[in-house]
Design a protein around this ligand. Structure first.
Ligand code: ZN
Length: 148
């Protein structure tokens, strides 16, 4: 397991299944794995489709826009590595493409995040190799892909 430089927080492990996802985040152009057979998205990335159990897949760029599906404030550090980070926001963001991912909504107070808030991706390069997809709330008129 790799860790943030100068810190102790764990970083995602890049394996054969997840490497394309993390590389797309590092290029600041997030792509999500899609089953080549049934066309459903697979997240997190994995070798076999959980719906049709076939292995073929492709990587589809996503808009980086979505909404807050669930949100909470972490007040107690889950491990000592986060003792200086609390309180922080932990949200389940649903991309406009339908994929849900646990992430952080940043740029506002942790408890200012509300269900259904429109958000957009804010890439956070934490190391030379790893860029984490975090999100910020979309400003009014700054969310091209919002449903009208
Ligand atoms: Zn499938």
């Amino acid at each position: 397991m790799t860790r943030e430089p100068g810190g102790t927080r764990p970083l995602p492990a890049l394996d054969a299944d997840s490497r394309p996802f993390w590389e797309s985040c590092h290029r600041r152009a997030m792509a999500v794995q899609q089953c080549a057979s049934c066309r459903r998205f697979r997240f997190p990335p994995r070798g076999l489709c959980p719906y049709c159990h076939l292995g073929e897949s492709r990587w589809v760029p996503v808009t980086g826009h979505g909404r807050v599906y669930a949100s909470l404030v972490v007040s107690q550090p889950p491990a000592t590595a986060w003792k200086d980070a609390v309180p922080f926001n932990l949200s389940l963001v649903e991309l406009d493409e339908g994929v849900r991912m646990w992430t952080n909504v940043t740029g506002c107070a942790p408890d200012d995040v509300r269900i259904d808030d429109r958000v957009r991706i804010a890439y956070d390069a934490v190391t030379a190799e790893v860029t984490l997809p975090r999100f910020t709330r979309a400003a009014d008129g700054d969310d091209r892909d919002a449903a009208s």
